[in-house]
Ligand binder design. Structure first.
Ligand SMILES: *Cc1c(COP(=O)(O)O)cnc(C)c1O
Length: 358
């Protein structure tokens, strides 16, 4: 019997492709495009919707009433999980770790609260794991069933399938003539499901587009070894569901990871990153962030300025949510959040976060 992957539709696909006309002119190329995954959801967009369609689909299939996920305090993934779990009537618990303060951390925490998510914060990873285990045990004793566990960033092989589809989506848009087959695509590298899934999807779809992944997490989390492991685990998962899925390979030398734009720490903004955020907002009216997409855009600009690839079609894959939810959280009092989160509202944001006050 052929098994189908668990799936629940949450997003709006395909996401649009647009030309970045003014930015292109500034860096002296003609062929710069953006894939607007920020518009992937009507409530909350960004890259995490694609993986959640499979992960929350799996939670529903397993008849879980609750999901638990992990991340940093301002995690877009934890927020996306809270938003879409609620939409499906699932309870969401997020186990979080401290991170550098920023406006978006406040916004994300407030929206998680509005969505009814239960949020906790632990200083150390071991405490977080232990507490997660205890939460699961407690649910087991109380309700006789365990919550569905979603790994950080949703980057399990099943979650990664969402971005394999994104590769096929891009091929369709190439076939429709919305863009010429890109020579290169720039994408952030965090927990890696996004970049790995896209790499696998593009290869399986027969595109030759080179994926350039810009690392925005510690090298212990984002590296070639783990990239390869997730690639093959995802390929095997899909192949087991659909034997016609091609067994494409990934050589280590074809993985292109840029390390120089990371800065000092995850979610610690960089000068180059924020310069890119401001530039793109001014030139083409697109809002990027300091943790992921700003650093990635900085890498793209640097690459196009230095390398002679100005005639190559370059695609910037925008993974950052583009939906404005400031009205929803306006007037929400942060004192409703657990005490350990108050400091994000009482202490200053990091110095380079001069960008928005929404
Ligand atoms: C999570 C996230 C990423 C990184 O995706 P991974 O699959 O974790 O590598 C990139 N951009 C944004 C805006 C994100 O929230």
């Amino acid at each position: 019997m052929k098994q189908k992957a668990p799936y629940v539709p949450l997003g709006k696909f395909p996401t649009p492709i647009e030309k970045l006309r003014r930015l292109a002119k500034k860096i002296g190329t003609d062929h710069l495009y953006v894939k607007q995954d920020g518009l992937s959801g009507t409530l909350y967009g960004g890259n995490k919707i694609r993986s959640l369609e499979f992960l929350l689909g799996d939670a529903l299939r397993q008849k879980a009433g609750e999901v638990i996920t992990v991340g940093f305090a301002g995690s877009n993934h934890a927020l996306a999980t809270a938003v879409y779990a609620r939409k499906l009537g699932l309870k969401c618990t997020s186990m979080l770790m401290p991170q550098p303060n920023a406006q978006y951390v406040r916004q994300n925490l407030l929206l998680s609260y509005v969505c009814g998510a239960e949020i906790h914060q632990y200083r150390h990873l071991t405490a977080l794991y232990l507490q997660t285990f205890l939460q699961i045990l407690q649910r087991r004793l109380k309700y006789g069933k365990v919550p569905y566990m979603i790994p950080s960033g949703g980057s399990s092989p099943l979650g990664t399938v969402g971005y394999v589809n994104a590769g096929f989506e891009l091929r369709e848009q190439v076939e429709e003539g919305l863009i010429v087959e890109p020579g290169q695509v720039f994408i952030p590298l965090g927990t890696m499901g996004t970049a790995v899934g896209l790499t696998l999807g593009l290869k399986a779809a027969g595109l030759k587009t080179r994926v350039i992944s810009v690392r925005v997490v510690d090298a212990k989390l984002g590296n070639k070894k783990k990239f390869i492991k997730l690639f093959y685990e995802t390929r095997e998962l899909i192949h087991s569901l659909d034997p016609s899925f091609p067994k494409v390979d990934l050589s280590e030398s074809s993985i292109d990871i840029r390390h120089e734009f990371y800065g000092q720490q995850h979610a610690r903004f960089t000068k180059e990153g924020m310069a890119a955020v401001n530039l793109v907002e001014k030139s083409d009216g697109i809002r990027l962030d300091g943790t992921y997409t700003g650093k990635t855009m900085a890498a793209l600009i640097d690459h196009l300025k230095k390398q002679d690839s100005k005639d190559m079609v370059t695609l910037f894959w925008n993974t950052y949510n583009a939906r404005d939810f400031s009205d929803t959280v306006k007037g929400v009092d942060y004192h409703h959040l657990p005490r350990c989160f108050h400091r994000y509202f009482e202490e200053d944001v990091q110095p380079l976060d001069n960008h928005h006050s929404d």
